[in-house]
Structures are given as structure tokens and as C-alpha cells.
Design a protein around this ligand. Structure first.
Ligand SMILES: [Fe+2]
Length: 709
């Protein structure tokens, strides 16, 4: 697509082009059309007016020529009347008298019919009418004509000889038509055809033969008595025609002649055509220049728009680092600067919102209070810049307003040590915190003095306090410290409020889960004691086993939720013994096969008891497998090695060691050293050697392995 049409791809460009067409092209075309029409009309009127003048001038030239002829005839008649007529026989002999050669011949008539040719061809006598006689009697020239073989008539001028009666003596001269029509030619302008018609329409003279149709039209105009002009023909053959009457009757007693002036319209309007062409070229040039100017202007507008459109498309696609460059020096350049500023702002906001989403997910993803505190202090500086950050937590069960406050001295260094201290909130400060919906700026000695006065050195110059409120209660306070007075933006305050709110939710949930867990473990401990009190020999067995198993689990590096599983599994591992009669549990002698079979069923019975409790499903495997052996010789399913859960393998070591060290009705309790030796000897057979190693590391820390061989 040529560059000039590339603007049409833009709706803005099309609109500007339409505007250009409406404002420039259409008015230009209308102006050109109407101005040309006006010029043509004026030119036509002027041409016809000029032709009118020309026809009249030619008529006056004819009349003047005839008048000159009449004067010469009068002059000759005067000479003849004086009787001093020389005997000239040739017209050339008269040259000294008639240097313009207006006359071709002269004949004198005596007594009405006797003719005497003075020179030239003989002339015919004038008509003998009363009007002619009367006209001649008044000593005036009489003009008449006679046709000849060539088709053009001969003209004669008669006049009475001075001092003689026209009845007796008369002078008739033949008019030299070359002289007469020469005056017509002299008076006719260039490229103009002239015809002189007799009263009956016959051509007396014409520079070029007129079409018969034109002569007929002239005759029609003359009969209607109209004189003026008309156009004849079509297209390039059109003739402009003007008529003028030469009045001859008063002076020469002859019918009036008609002067016909004609001119081809194409020649008459040649100048107008050249003007039209020049005018058209001028208007075209103006339109072209205006079009090019409009194109340049549209392009200067469309190109920046295209750049901005592409920039917007990249921004909407998530490319916030995209920038546009426009050097137009006008509003588009200002718009580009604003666009780039907006893109930068959007990019920063997008990154901050992404960071906010990550922080909120991190905070809400934690259930441990310490992890929540760490997540808040690790990340708050990324979305709300500060010099140091602290999180004060109120203990809901405490009777005082003492808070546990965690402080990161330099909020920009992560990870770095988080210091723990205690700050006190006064009742008034708590009330004030609960009434505040926004974060509060506090100076060193102004507001919240009770709370902030014990902030450890280096103490910031100003603080930004955000209360953590959950279900109408103050959970804690998020404290941001500044070396200078902070000037937070509205957006950063909104982000800070959001972090405080989400922290309050996470901390409340953590505390609720902790309460539930504590309640749950209390119930399980009660159940364990119920089982253990079934026999006087096993009192406290389940809680001791649980404690040791959790120690081993921590030593092995198990995560907290698996330690929690060991906690619950340890308390419930012997819950199946509820169905074992005390007579078997407390039998001092050796158990029979049937009694031992009852004992062997207690893991399965424990699983059956726990099966309806959904949140204890993970504990069931510990209960059913705590009597399996590492070498596969245990019960109830004979599992071995890694097929036994690690929790059950840990519990087996703890369970057996506590059982061996305790008194039983059928034997006294072993010494701890013997228990340790037994455990070591059976590592790899009864026990998982990895668990045994962890167990011994614990005992070594307690200094109880020195005497073990
Ligand atoms: Fe057991």
C-alpha cells in the first residue's frame, strides 16, 4: 500500500481524510465550478456585447462608405453643373480628383434617357418612381443596385447635376464595391466573419459564405423584427451571430441592409478555455498541496497513535517494562511521557500486588505462630518500606497487657536475627488501637508512649502502628520503625492494612488450632491413662513411651507434624488392651497359647476402636504395627524393614524399652543398662538400627551409655 494510503488503515486517519474532503475538496470543487460558470457567463456576455459593437461599427463603416461615395458623386455633379467638365475617358484620369477610387464609372443622363458615359462602364438609369424623383429633387443621392452574372449586384449612386433638374440631367456613378467592402474588412476584427445582406436576405458581401441555415435563421430574426444575437449549431461548430441594421432609407432611399457578424464559439472562448484550464490547474494544485499537507499532518498524528496503540497492547499483555518513544514535539510527546509514567506506575503496582499476594499466601499458609511472625517480619519491608519492623502479640489467656514483641532491627536484611522482648500496652492504648481503622503514626514521646517507651535501642524516631484485630479483640500490633518521620502513600497504607488484617486472621487461626490440638491431646492422654490403669503394672506406660518416641523422632529430624503423629500414636498404641481381661494382663505365670493369642489381637482391636474417628486415621498404622519386628517375625501381619512405618519402628523401641525397665507380675524390671544392651543386641533384628542409633544418641547426651558394652 503506498504511504499516502497507509493512513486509511487508521480510523482516525480516515476521519481526518473525510474531514479534509469535506472542508477542502468539496468547497474547492464547488468554488471552482461556480467561479468557472461565472467567468464563462461573464465572458459570454462580454463577447456578445463586443460582437454587438462590432456589428454596429461595421454598419457605420458601410454607411460612412456610402456617404463618402455620395460626397464624391455630389462633387462630380457640381463640376458637371459648372460646365467645366474635362473630357476624361478613363477612371485613372480622374485620379487626381478621386484618389480613393470609390467610383468605378460615371454616366450622365440627359432628358431622361440619353446617356453619356463619362468613364467606366455605362450605368443603368435609376428607377423612375415618384419617391425617387422626389428624393433626387431634394438634391440627395439615390442608391440602387443591379444584379450581375457573378451573383453579386452592382451598386449605383444617382444625383441631380448642380443647377439642373433631375428630369433633364442626371449623374449616375457606379460604386466601387472593393472600396465599400474594403471599409467593411477594415472595420471587421480578426477571426470574425462578416456578411452584408440585402433586405430580401441575399448576400451582398461576405468574407466567408455563411451556411444556408444561418441565413434562414437571420431571415427569421429579421422578420420578427428582432435585432441582436443568437447561437447556432452545436459543439465545436457553434457560431455566435450578431445582427445589425444599416439604415439607408433616409439618406439614400434604399431598403435597409443587414450586417451579420459571426464567430466560431470555440475561437471566441479560446481565452476562456485557457483561463478555465489555468484555473483548474490552480485549484488542482491548491488541492494537491492541501492534500499533501493533510497527509503529513495525519501521518504526524497517526504514527504516534500507532506507537501508543502498540505500547498499550504490550502493557495489556503484561509487559510493564515496555516504553514508547515519540519525538513529535507536541501533545503526543506529552502523552507518551504520561503513558510511560503510567506504565512504570502500573509495573510497580503489579509487582507490589504480586508480592502482596505472595506474602498473604505465605502468612495464611502458616499455622505456627512463630512461622507467621517470621513471615510478616521477613516480607513487610518489600511492600511498605521501613527501617525496622516489629510484631507485638497479646496473650489472650494472660491477665496483663504484656505483649511478646518480635523485633527485626534492620527490616531490609532477611534473614537476620529476630529479637524477642516484652512491651506493655496500656488499657487506653488498647482502646485507642481498637477504635483506629487506619495505621497510626506515632512519634517518640507523643502517642502510645506507654507502649513504645520500652522499645529497645536503637530506638526509631517515628513509628507506624497497625492494630491486628480479630473478632473485635486486639490480637497484636504491627510496628514499623523509621529513622525519620514516615510519609506513607495512601497505597502503602492500604497494603499495610491488608498485611495487618491477614496477620490477625492467621494468628487467630493459629491460636484456635493450638487450642483444639491441646484439647485433642488432653482427650487422648485421658484415654491412655484409662488403658494404663487397666493394670497396676502399666501405669504411666503410654505417656512415657510417647515421650521417648517423640525424643527419638526429633533426634531423627522428623518434621513437627510427624512428631505430632508420634504424640497421638504413642498415647493410643495400646488402646486395644481395653478388651484384654486383667487376668491375662496381670497373670504372674507364663501365658497359654490362647491367652497369648488374645494379647496378639490388641493391635487389631485398637485399629478397630479408632477406625470411626476421621482425624486419627494416620495413627491406625502406628497402633497396628507397633509389635511388628524389623526382621519380619513380629505380629499381627509379620511386616519387615521399611514396610513398617517409621513411626511404628520408633514406637517399638520406646515401647519395649519401657516395658523391660518396668516390673511385671512375672518378672522384676530390668536395669536401664540391661535394657540398652538388649536394644543394641536386637538392632537389625527386632529393631530398626537407624532408630536404635538415634535412641543411643539421646542416651549418650544424657550420659547413660557409659556402662553399656
Ligand atoms: Fe502393645
Amino acid at each position: 500500500m503506498p504511504p499516502i494510503f497507509s493512513n486509511l488503515r487508521s480510523s482516525f486517519g480516515r476521519r481526518i481524510l473525510l474531514l479534509f474532503s469535506l472542508c477542502i475538496l468539496a468547497p474547492g470543487a464547488l468554488f471552482g465550478y461556480f467561479s468557472l460558470r461565472q467567468v464563462e457567463e461573464k465572458f459570454h456576455q462580454e463577447t456578445m456585447r463586443r460582437m454587438r459593437l462590432q456589428s454596429r461599427e461595421i454598419g457605420m463603416a458601410i454607411h460612412g462608405g456610402l456617404t463618402s461615395v455620395g460626397a464624391e458623386v455630389e462633387f462630380l455633379a457640381g463640376i458637371l453643373g459648372d460646365g467645366t467638365t474635362p473630357a476624361f475617358r478613363r477612371s485613372s484620369d480622374w485620379g487626381w480628383l478621386f484618389h480613393d477610387r470609390a467610383l468605378l464609372g460615371a454616366t450622365r443622363f440627359r432628358d431622361g434617357s440619353r446617356a453619356e458615359a463619362l468613364f467606366g462602364k455605362p450605368c443603368p438609369p435609376p428607377p423612375r418612381t415618384a419617391a425617387a424623383r422626389s428624393h433626387l429633387a431634394f438634391n440627395q443621392g439615390l442608391l440602387y443596385m443591379q444584379g450581375n452574372a457573378e451573383g453579386y449586384p452592382r451598386f449605383f449612386m444617382a444625383r441631380a447635376i448642380r443647377g439642373k433638374s433631375p428630369e433633364r440631367e442626371l449623374l449616375v456613378c457606379e460604386v466601387n464595391t472593393d472600396y465599400l467592402w474594403g471599409r467593411v474588412r477594415d472595420a471587421a476584427p480578426p477571426v470574425t466573419e462578416v456578411a452584408v445582406l440585402s433586405p430580401d436576405g441575399a448576400p451582398l458581401f461576405q468574407t466567408r459564405p455563411l451556411p444556408v441555415a444561418v441565413l434562414e435563421r437571420v431571415e427569421q430574426e429579421r422578420r420578427r423584427g428582432t435585432a441582436g444575437n443568437f447561437e447556432w449549431g452545436q459543439g465545436s461548430d457553434t457560431l455566435l451571430v450578431d445582427l445589425a441594421t444599416v439604415f439607408l432609407k433616409p439618406a439614400f432611399l434604399s431598403d435597409d441592409w443587414i450586417v451579420v457578424v459571426s464567430r466560431p464559439r470555440s475561437e471566441a472562448f479560446a481565452v476562456a478555455k485557457r483561463f478555465t484550464r489555468a484555473h483548474f490547474l490552480s485549484i488542482s494544485l491548491v488541492v494537491l498541496i492541501a492534500g499533501l499537507f493533510a497527509h503529513v499532518q495525519v501521518r504526524r498524528s497517526v504514527a504516534p497513535l500507532a506507537v501508543l496503540k502498540e505500547g498499550t497492547r504490550r502493557i495489556s499483555g503484561g509487559d510493564f517494562d515496555s516504553r514508547v518513544e515519540i519525538r513529535s514535539g507536541d501533545e503526543f510527546e506529552d502523552l507518551a511521557r504520561s503513558f510511560n509514567a503510567m506504565a512504570g506506575h502500573l509495573g510497580r503496582e503489579f509487582r507490589i500486588q504480586s508480592e502482596m499476594g505472595r506474602i498473604v499466601r505465605t502468612i495464611l499458609g502458616e499455622t505456627d505462630e512463630g512461622k507467621i511472625v517470621e513471615a510478616v517480619l521477613d516480607n513487610v519491608n518489600a511492600v511498605v518500606p521501613c527501617d525496622c519492623a516489629g510484631l507485638s502479640l497479646l496473650d489472650p489467656g494472660a491477665m496483663t497487657n504484656e505483649t511478646i514483641t518480635y523485633i527485626r532491627e534492620d527490616a531490609s536484611i532477611v534473614p537476620s536475627a529476630i529479637r524477642k522482648t516484652n512491651l506493655f500496652l496500656s488499657t487506653e492504648e488498647i482502646r485507642r488501637m481498637l477504635s483506629e481503622e487506619k495505621s497510626v503514626i506515632a512519634g517518640k514521646d507523643a502517642e502510645f508512649g506507654d507502649f513504645l517507651s520500652r522499645w529497645t535501642d536503637p530506638r526509631p524516631a517515628a513509628f507506624l502502628l497497625s492494630p491486628l484485630v480479630s473478632r473485635g479483640e486486639l490480637v497484636g500490633v504491627l510496628v514499623l520503625g523509621y529513622r525519620d518521620r514516615p510519609e506513607p502513600t495512601p497505597e502503602s497504607l492500604v497494603r499495610l492494612r491488608k498485611i495487618a488484617d491477614q496477620s490477625a486472621i492467621a494468628l487467630s487461626r493459629s491460636r484456635l488450632l493450638k487450642e483444639l490440638s491441646q484439647n485433642d491431646l488432653g482427650t487422648l492422654t485421658a484415654l491412655a491413662r484409662t488403658v494404663d490403669t487397666n493394670s497396676p503394672w502399666t501405669a504411666g506406660h503410654s505417656e512415657r513411651v510417647t515421650g521417648l518416641a517423640m525424643e527419638i523422632g526429633r533426634e531423627m529430624g522428623l518434621p513437627p507434624h510427624e512428631i505430632d503423629l508420634l504424640h497421638r500414636g504413642g498415647l493410643l498404641h495400646d488402646i486395644g488392651k481395653i478388651g484384654v481381661p486383667p487376668s491375662i494382663l496381670d497373670k504372674p505365670g507364663k501365658l497359654t497359647e490362647e491367652e497369648f493369642a488374645v494379647i496378639r489381637r490388641h493391635p487389631s482391636k485398637g485399629a478397630m476402636i479408632l477406625e470411626p474417628i476421621p482425624n486419627l486415621q494416620k495413627v491406625i498404622s502406628i497402633v497396628t504395627q507397633h509389635h511388628e519386628r524389623y526382621d519380619g517375625k513380629g505380629y499381627p501381619d509379620g511386616l519387615s524393614g521399611e514396610s513398617i512405618s517409621v513411626h511404628a519402628r520408633i514406637l517399638a523401641v520406646a515401647d519395649v524399652s519401657d516395658a523391660l525397665v518396668s516390673d511385671r507380675p512375672y518378672r522384676p524390671g530390668w536395669s536401664w543398662e540391661k535394657v540398652l544392651e538388649y536394644t543394641r543386641e536386637n538392632a537389625g533384628s527386632q529393631f530398626d538400627p537407624v532408630v536404635v542409633e538415634a535412641f543411643f544418641r539421646i542416651e549418650a547426651k544424657k550420659g547413660r551409655t557409659e556402662r553399656v558394652s
